[in-house]
Write a protein that binds this ligand. Structure first.
Ligand code: GLU
Length: 504
């Protein structure tokens, strides 16, 4: 059979997908990660926008896991992806662990749907078996590039004669199902970028399955997006080229255009060097940020700003503001530059905005995880010492080490010792220790007044008298406020450390 056997496929089609489903409770948005490892900044920013859009209008947010490529998606990655989304506060209404009317939501468990669609596409002639081997494809691709032709699939198997097809099968060749892209053009009204037209001459026939029959992304996502009734799909700009292919699949599968979702493509996230954010120019894994002391509130705030902004010049906000105000027309078309300093600054703002009990409960696992032991009472008392001094929770480990460390393991940092505990320091510490010992009570004001008066007596300015005390008591040149620190450390431990500090 030749291509003429499918004349309907040769009539150019002008696809115009300009209508948008309404922004109301009938909305269905989704995030469809293919987690081969940790979810990255780009995945989660996309999740955040889809979540906010559906939440804003009272619609439904769906989590679908694109794991048809079993070699890549482990059960650990599947579980970790859900964990990260939950940590970020991105709850889903349908999906793994929650269920829903379109169960299952894990594509590896939906293979029958894709197989059925593939069969239908083959039966109607919308797709054909392609017997080209990877080596042949590579060779023809190289040749095309050498001759200045487009390197995509050249249509070799598009209209194979039946004898040729049989001959290939007899030869033992395997095949993939390839979509017969009709000539013409597709235009859609992108929720972010406005009208986009792509000529089909730019779109070579594309593979729908692998040679083992497993569905590829374009097919599986097209089947599920319409099958699960998605109405609005926000996704990365790297998928602009997938859109005309997926719309062509919807048409070929007979889905009426009123049921096609609207698409919005959000800009790339780039690093400081303007190259797409990747391990080479930044940290991409959300799990990394979580492990390095970033709050989900800080991440939500910062990731929201990577391509979107609320009205006015508000920079610090929570997910409530995102949900109340998110709209695709405020999403930028320009690449968003990831700036760790700015994330840290926002994270610090969110740390300062927490109430003390909340901050204490978030610090506890960080401190315990780094080997320090802490009682709830002590931690509650210590929170005010550090709350305004951190841009990451993990900084509390260094700041509170002096207080939480086992006394037997307390050690003065070498460079701090060299800097502040030189020759005259022994006398200073002895005098301060004696004066502190004589105090009738142990409070910050009393300690402060006493220290300054010892300084005056010794003819030392405040910096000179406090520096050796800080180093002897906290082991560092930088610490939380000294007098409050000594109050929390307590009389005995403070006096013992001052005494130990005199042994220089
Ligand atoms: N699995 C795709 C990704 O993680 C989803 C693409 C889509 O949203 O259609 O990039």
């Amino acid at each position: 059979m030749t291509a003429a056997g499918h004349p309907e496929q040769l009539i150019p089609v002008q696809v115009r997908h300009l209508a948008h489903p309404p922004l109301d409770a009938s909305m269905r948005c989704r995030i469809a990660p293919a987690p081969s490892g940790d979810l990255h900044v780009g995945n989660v920013r996309t999740a955040l926008y889809n979540w906010a859009l559906s939440r804003r209008h009272g619609g439904t947010f769906v989590l679908r896991v694109e794991d048809t490529d079993r070699s890549r998606v482990s059960d650990e990655a599947f579980a970790a992806a859900q964990d990260v989304l939950r940590w970020m506060g991105l709850d889903w209404d349908e999906g793994p662990g929650v269920g829903g009317p379109f169960e299952p939501y894990r594509q590896s468990e939906r293979l029958a749907w894709y197989a059925e669609a593939a069969d239908e596409l083959e039966r109607t002639g919308a797709a054909y078996r392609c017997y080209c081997t990877p080596a042949e494809l590579a060779q023809r691709r190289d040749q095309a590039l050498r001759e200045g032709r487009p390197p995509g699939y050249d249509g070799r198997c598009r209209s194979l004669a039946e004898e040729q097809r049989v001959a290939f099968e007899v030869e033992g060749r395997t095949w993939v199902l390839r979509f017969r892209m009709p000539p013409g053009a597709t235009t859609w009204d992108d929720l972010v970028r406005g009208e986009i037209t792509i000529e089909h001459s730019q779109i070579p026939d594309f593979a729908l399955t692998r040679s083992d029959g497993h569905p590829l992304y374009l097919l599986a996502a097209a089947v599920d997006d319409v099958g699960m009734g998605m109405t609005h799909i926000i996704r990365g700009e790297d998928l602009v080229a997938a859109t005309p292919r997926q719309l062509a699949l919807y048409a070929a599968l007979g889905h009426p255009q009123e049921r096609w979702p609207a698409f919005g493509h959000v800009p790339l996230i780039v690093g400081a060097d303007n190259a797409p954010l990747s391990k080479r120019n930044g940290e991409v894994s959300i799990a990394w940020y979580r492990a390095h002391g970033f709050l989900p509130e800080g991440m939500v705030n910062y990731l929201s700003l990577l391509g979107w902004s609320p009205g006015g010049d508000r920079e610090v906000f929570d997910s409530g503001v995102l949900v109340a105000e998110f709209s695709t027309d405020r999403v930028s078309r320009n690449p968003a530059r990831f700036d760790l300093r700015k994330l840290e600054a926002l994270n610090g703002d969110h740390i300062r905005a927490l109430d003390e009990a909340d901050l204490a409960s978030r610090l506890a696992p960080v401190l315990v995880g780094s080997g320090l032991s802490v009682t709830p009472e002590l931690l509650r008392a210590a929170v005010p010492l550090v709350q305004t001094r951190m841009s990451r929770l993990t900084e509390a480990v260094d700041l509170l080490w002096f207080l939480l460390v086992d006394e037997a393991e307390f050690e003065i940092e070498e460079h701090a010792r060299a800097k502040a505990l030189g020759e005259p320091a022994g006398g200073v510490l002895r005098a301060v220790g004696e004066a502190f010992e004589a105090l009738p009570s142990w409070d910050a004001q009393g300690l402060e007044d006493t220290l300054w008066s010892v300084g005056e007596r010794l003819g030392l300015n405040r910096r000179k008298v406090s520096a050796p005390v800080r180093v002897a008591v906290t082991g560092r040149t930088v610490s939380p406020p000294l007098f409050e620190s000594m109050v929390l450390l307590g009389r005995d431990r403070t006096l013992a450390r001052l005494k130990a500090g005199t042994a220089v």
